[in-house]
Design a protein around this ligand. Structure first.
Ligand code: HEC
Length: 118
């Protein structure tokens, strides 16, 4: 009997923990805020090639518009939604990331970009 009780208790604890973790991660996804650490990984992989590791736009250049300096005041002034739109839809010389980055990925990258502006 005792052992059965302990087992039930363990199952209950596991279920509560699972539910807590689930609501926590859900809350994060809904809050609209990006995670800087995840954004950094995505940025280095996808964006640094053109925008440079520090976002100064000193990466790979093509003919035409140069990669934006993401650390500049002009980018800093722009709203989250304007920058998310650029990331989603692309620009001349900048690919569209809509299919490759999820909504959450884009917000994570943006959160990282916001740390580049000093
Ligand atoms: C192939 C090169 C290239 C890659 C890769 C690239 N970009 Fe860009 N990006 C550009 C260029 C070029 C511009 C400027 C376009 C213009 O001004 O017309 C730009 C502009 C931007 C802007 C607008 C800045 C502003 O002030 O309006 C944002 C934000 C941005 N890029 C974010 C990203 C992110 C995030 C990634 C990675 C997911 C990325 N870019 C990958 C070339 C690139």
């Amino acid at each position: 009997m005792r052992i059965a009780h302990v087992r039930i208790l363990l199952v209950l604890m596991a279920v509560t923990c699972g539910a807590l973790i689930w609501t926590n991660t859900r809350g994060e996804a809904d809050s609209g805020k990006g995670e800087i650490s995840k954004g950094k990984i995505l940025y280095v992989k996808n964006c640094a090639g053109c925008h440079g590791t520090e976002g100064k736009g000193d990466g790979y250049r093509l003919l035409g518009p140069e990669p934006a300096n993401l650390a500049s005041p002009s980018t800093k002034k722009k709203s989250d939604s304007a920058l998310l739109k650029t990331i989603h839809e692309g620009k001349p010389n900048m690919p569209s990331w809509k299919v490759r980055l999820s909504e959450q990925d884009s917000r994570d990258v943006l959160a990282y970009i916001r740390t580049l502006a000093k």
